[in-house]
Design a protein around this ligand. Structure first.
Ligand SMILES: [Zn+2]
Length: 153
């Protein structure tokens, strides 16, 4: 099993134990947050700009929220539809986690869980359109960590 898959599945287990289980869009979006963590100041956080975040723009149009809300099982979906659902769920959860910044991760996750994607679809799509990969990469903790390591004797 790939490390990314292992982290994803462990995130599902841990989220359930914390009472953070809900609709499929939340469960899958939240688990993907932990697939490729980066270290920042001794803490592991989500990748500031996973490739799937940029890819979500290809799928994000009016009706994207409805697809997320209606996603109850992966049965019957082909690989392209699955990719779309997973990518959209990652981007929606990231959008809501950043929107609810300030609390602990569990508090923020609960706020995401309480959100109806359809109610904030317009803001979500606008956020996706405005994502600046270069600006986000410049703030990536991985880069700062590397710079710090480079200064060590
Ligand atoms: Zn999963």
């Amino acid at each position: 099993m790939r490390m990314e898959t292992l982290r994803h599945e462990l995130a599902h287990v841990h989220a359930r134990r914390l009472g953070l289980a809900g609709p499929k869009w939340f469960n899958e979006g939240f688990a993907q947050e932990f697939e490729r963590p980066v270290q920042s100041e001794g803490e592991w956080i989500g990748d500031p700009f996973p490739a799937d975040l940029a890819r979500a723009r290809e799928f994000a149009d009016a009706g994207a929220a409805k697809k997320l809300v209606g996603w109850t099982t992966s049965e019957g979906l082909d690989s392209a539809e699955l990719e779309e659902r997973y990518t959209l769920s990652l981007s929606f959860v990231r959008f809501q986690l950043e929107r609810n910044a300030g609390g602990t991760l569990v508090e923020r996750a609960r706020a995401v869980l309480a959100t109806n994607p359809a109610a904030v679809e317009a803001e979500w799509l606008e956020w996706l359109r405005k994502l600046d990969a270069v600006a986000r990469a410049a703030h990536a903790p991985r880069r700062r960590a590397r710079a710090r390591l480079a200064r060590r004797p």
